[in-house]
Design a protein around this ligand. Sequence first.
Ligand code: GLP
Length: 250
Amino acid sequence: MRIYREKDYDAMSRRAANLISAEVIRRPDCVLGLATGSTPIGTYKQLTAWNQKGDLSFREVRTVNLDEYKGLAGTHDQSYRYFMQTNLFDHIDIIQENTNVPDGLAADPEAECARYDKLVESLGYADLQLLGLGRNGHIGFNEPCDRFVKETHVVDLTESTIEANARFFASADDVPKQALTMGIGCIMAARRVLLIASGADKADALYNAVCGPITPQCPASILQLHSDVVIVGDEAALSKLADAGVEICG
Ligand code: GLP
């Protein structure tokens, strides 16, 4: 693992956007695995700015998103499809048909999960998979549980995730209780993983992911077994790792 420390959220976002743009420049038709949540918003803003300036093109890029709330249409303003449209896809030159997010409204969610796994496999898996980090160590919507689930699956969201995401909804009652999420298999099959984290409330999860035991109780800890993981965090998110003397660049 390589860990980069940036002084704040903006610097973290810029560094992450730099790493993503390097991938796109190196391989213009790359497959990008993308994430939602508040953490990647700045990264997407930076990528959008470079694209609009003409420095970076997404014309041939294909994307696969990690997850979607079960029961939300892509037009719902809290769906992850809507998030991706409004934070990135609507503002860049990507071909919309080349963007993929699980369908939260699929009549048969299990079949949708199987379709999604096949799709990601048929694309050859992500060249670079961007990940945020849940406060409980979740990645995508792989919540702490008693085993790592390899396949894309329907998951019951934990109370802590529902609470954490309630800020985006009118109330916690409005947060969907289930989601469709890429499993650990597709995430680990990505050639490179880029995990970004910002803020003191991620410090424990990040510490457990990097230094703790590899356990499905902290899903991000599986990344210790991946051969190419880059973590970009701000000082607050990396504070516990720094205190523990973990090697950090920058
Ligand atoms: C959601 C998403 C995750 C994301 C996490 C953290 O639950 N499914 O992919 O990493 O939230 O979100 P935030 O970046 O807002 O802290």
